[in-house]
Design a protein around this ligand. Structure first.
Ligand SMILES: [Cu+2]
Length: 472
């Protein structure tokens, strides 16, 4: 039986003290964890055992790739072997790694050639829920199945009965269960990105979840889709968010009871099974209101795990992320423009102005501050001194939502449309609604050139990417 008595530290956290506590330096790494990932073609059953196999690209022959699990403070060593017919890399989404380990071809490393190998080695400074995926030909490589979850366990994890991981994806499959071609098609690039017609959880059809009354779940949600945004409603339950993008946040019920995940984003929730034996409750995705569907159901078995109500979840211990100094911060604005139904008439590509029509003729359609970002070394949109605080005004001047991802750093979201955020959450990917503005702040403490891009991978390929340079 689980012991629910609170430790002294948890009491302090519950009282709000630990959130303001000084950040202690981490000791040298505790243990080294070694993994090998082989990226190559494979066949998997995305549609369940009774349906045809799907030819995918996968890590170690499985979708998702193996879950990489380590503890905060460990050193991770991952040997990546490229068995694809094209070059690849691995990007460790959200992890604050040294620049040369960030996995962006040209910008941070030479891409891994077919048949080649690259060793990624870095220390895990932050606990939380992360994921890994290629950053070369991303729309196609991620879209064909190259991704996996990476979990860095807290030194003092919250007590739950089950720690569950849902890696959520969507796929565009034909009737033969084969992946439809046409990656980076103009229609997808210029509109909402490549939305699929089949949703999987952990590489399989969503299955109902057997639960027990009184049970406490930790649910780690990871959106690895190229373009689909999910908004999960847990009927009859009240999910409590404890982390966004791996970063602890003051525990709070999801706004409107809806857990929203843009591509690239993660949310950790605590779910108390408050139903009764024999009851069923659906989990519904209603982000695209006209296309809402039931993902799966919670099915309560006959047994009850505990009768009493558990104390509310406590905050996770903060990660050692430096607090930006807003008074002295450098301020800058990044405006995201383009796409269909937008008002961007022209943009600069390689120093030349192109009309929207000319851009679209080249399969491009988006820009950051009027500059189309192409290749892996797009233009530098912002240069910062090492250690400098920065407040960035992100402006979505388009008719489409965009999950904007910054590499190598976490940022606080200070405000949205001029209104302070309730939780000042740390994120690595912020979802901007059409015409929405968000003010974010961070300390540029990780030297190197870092990608800042839309994580709708077709938008990224279509020009919505730039580089943030942090001096050495
Ligand atoms: Cu976008």
């Amino acid at each position: 039986m689980t012991d629910w008595s609170l430790t002294r530290r948890e009491l302090l956290v519950a009282g709000g003290v630990a959130l303001a506590a000084p950040l202690l330096p981490l000791p040298a790494f505790a243990a080294e964890r070694t993994y090998t990932l082989r990226a190559g073609p494979a066949r998997v059953r995305l549609l369940g055992a009774t349906n045809p196999e799907t030819a995918v690209w996968a890590y170690n022959g499985q979708v998702p790739g193996p879950v990489i699990r380590a503890r905060q403070g460990d050193r991770l060593r991952v040997r990546v072997k490229n068995a694809l017919a094209e070059e690849t890399t691995v990007h460790w989404h959200g992890l604050r790694v040294p620049n040369e380990m960030d996995g962006v071809p040209e910008l941070t490393q030479r891409a891994i050639a077919p048949g080649g190998t690259f060793d990624y080695v870095f220390d895990l400074k932050d606990s939380g829920t992360y994921w890994y995926h290629p950053h070369a030909n991303g729309a196609e490589q991620v879209g064909r199945g190259l991704y996996g979850a990476l979990i860095v366990e807290e030194r003092d994890a919250p007590r739950v009965d089950r720690d569950l991981l849902w890696v959520i994806d969507d796929w565009r499959l034909g009737n033969d269960a084969a992946i439809s071609g046409g990656f980076n098609a103009f229609m997808d690039m210029s509109h909402a990105g490549r939305l699929g017609n089949i949703v999987t959880i952990n590489g399989a059809p969503p299955r109902d979840l057997a639960v027990r009354a009184g049970e406490r779940l930790r649910l780690r949600l990871v959106n690895v889709a190229n373009a689909r945004i999910f908004a999960l409603r847990f009927a009859g339950h009240r999910p409590v968010v404890i982390a966004y993008d791996g970063q602890p946040v003051a525990p709070h019920e999801a706004a409107d009871g809806r857990v929203v995940l843009g591509p690239g984003q993660r949310v950790d929730v605590i779910l108390d099974m408050t139903g009764k034996a024999g009851e069923n409750f659906v989990v519904r995705d209603d982000y695209y209101a006209r296309f809402a569907y039931d993902l799966l159901a919670f099915r309560y078995g006959p047994e009850s795990l505990r009768a009493s109500t558990l104390p509310p979840p406590v905050a996770l211990a903060a990660n050692p992320v430096a607090e930006p100094d807003l008074a002295t911060a450098k301020r800058a604005r990044l405006v995201f423009g383009g796409g269909m139904m937008g008002r961007m008439g022209s943009a600069r590509l390689d120093g030349r102005y192109l009309s929207m029509r000319e851009m679209m003729g080249r399969g491009l359609g988006w820009a950051v501050n009027g500059v189309v970002g192409t290749g892996h070394r797009p233009a530098t949109a912002l240069s910062l001194k090492r250690g400098e605080s920065c407040v960035l005004d992100l402006v979505n001047d388009t008719a489409w939502p965009h999950p904007i991802h910054l590499h190598g750093h976490f940022f606080r979201v200070l405000s949205r449309n001029g209104r302070p955020t309730a939780h000042r959450e740390w994120l690595d990917t912020v979802l901007l609604d059409p015409q929405e503005r968000a003010e974010i702040a961070f300390v540029a403490d990780n030297p190197g050139g870092w990608m800042l891009h839309c994580h709708i991978l077709e938008h990224q390929a279509g020009g919505m990417q730039a580089v943030v340079e942090v001096g050495t």
